[in-house]
Design a protein around this ligand. Structure first.
Ligand code: 13P
Length: 252
């Protein structure tokens, strides 16, 4: 069956010492806990190797926030999937809306990144979601369906089954404006149907679909109680161990 997952996306926050401290705090909070979900932190590239040394990976998964669309070579400033894997990280966020919006990521580049992530044994946390205009003009189902089809539906069922999806309505990211639990459920259930049509009910039922966008301890419980919401991808609230753990503990 699919897993419940709470994953932090630190984005471009924390210096290395601050990041190591935060990771240690989350790790300590998990040491004596038995959360009802898998817990992951996705951190800046510069922090991966150091954080890998200070966490108990059996309790806290480690991931990058992106990887390059090439394996190696003359791509100054890029960080490849094999480099990420060599730090000990086992997850990688791909297709985050901030990468799509500010760095021009397309489904074509994302296909490459997904392939390279698999090649390096990384589990992609693949993000999809509509912008405000698409929510308001009613095209949001079509937009999200196309994002999944274009970047992922060339995969075999076996490979697709390794992906964690994260629905992040762009209008809810960092805005304090969370999707209501009913809006999240409506989209998550739609996504599961889209997967079922392509890969069958079993694959769809086994896919973890996380919600992201202004998720915090105060709203996590209601969101996670929805049948098709399997956890959260957490930005701002993952930068404080206590609030992050408040979300982890929203699974009862
Ligand atoms: P916030 O939780 O800060 O809204 O960010 C969500 C997000 O983009 C996680 O990837």
């Amino acid at each position: 069956m699919r897993k419940n997952i709470v994953a932090g996306n630190w984005k471009m926050n924390t210096t290395l010492p601050e990041g190591v401290k935060l990771a240690k705090e989350v790790n300590a909070a998990l040491a004596n806990a038995t959360p009802k979900c898998d817990v992951i932190i996705a951190v800046p590239f510069t922090h991966l190797a150091s954080i890998n040394e200070v966490i108990d990976k059996s309790k806290l998964g480690l991931g990058a926030e992106n990887c390059a669309d090439h394996r190696s070579g003359a791509y100054t400033g890029e960080v490849s999937a094999p480099m990420v894997a060599s730090t000990g990280a086992t997850y990688v966020i791909l297709g985050h809306s901030e990468r799509r919006q500010y760095y021009g990521e397309t489904s074509e580049t994302l296909k490459e990144k997904v392939a390279l992530a698999f090649e390096s044994g990384l589990t992609p946390i693949f993000c999809i979601g509509e912008v405000l205009e698409e929510r308001e003009n009613g095209t949001y189902f079509d937009v999200v369906k196309a994002q999944i089809e274009d970047a992922l539906f060339h995969l075999s069922a076996e490979d697709f089954s390794k992906i964690i999806l994260a629905y992040e309505p762009v209008w809810a990211i960092g805005t304090g404006k969370t999707a209501t639990d009913d809006q999240a459920q409506e989209m998550h259930s739609f996504i599961r149907n889209v997967i079922a049509e392509k890969y069958g009910k079993e694959v769809a039922d086994n896919t973890s679909i996380l919600y992201g966008g202004s998720c915090k301890p105060s709203n996590a419980k209601a969101l996670f109680a929805k049948p098709d919401v399997d956890g959260g991808l957490i930005g701002g609230a993952s930068l404080d161990a206590e609030s992050f753990m408040g979300i982890v503990n929203a699974f009862e």
